[in-house]
Design a binder for this molecule. Structure first.
Ligand code: ZN
Length: 121
């Protein structure tokens, strides 16, 4: 499918029109779902801030075993008790990519610390 304003010679964005099949995690490891969250997070009316670099938005949300973690561009990551798995589910539409290695996923998404101090969105 081509966007109406997209030149015909550009490749179409890779948006699957069917659910992406997520491979089973290796025995002994858990599936980690990740979704980017460019906006601020205010779960209890207080803006979540990175304790390491003081960033206030442009997060990566991670969910594993129904626990939610927030990761900053600076690489700081923490379990956020004020965000539950239901909140994650509301922000996660569908899987469109999969990685065998969480470290590679963080690098590819720009959350391995390489972009500390930069807001992408
Ligand atoms: Zn940070």
């Amino acid at each position: 499918m081509t966007h109406p304003q997209q030149p015909a010679d550009e490749p179409s964005p890779r948006i699957p029109d069917y659910p992406f099949m997520v491979p089973e995690p290796a025995p002994g490891s858990a599936l980690i779902r990740m979704v980017q969250h460019p906006d601020q997070l205010n779960p209890l009316g207080i803006t979540i801030t990175c304790a390491s670099c003081r960033a206030e938005r442009d997060w990566l949300l991670l969910e594993t075993r129904r626990r939610v973690f927030v990761r900053c561009r600076c690489g700081h990551e923490w379990e956020e008790a004020d965000l539950d798995a239901e909140f994650f589910d509301e922000n996660f539409a569908y899987a469109d990519r999969a990685w065998d290695n969480a470290g590679q996923a963080l690098k590819d998404l720009g959350f391995n610390g390489e972009f500390a101090g930069i807001y992408f969105n």
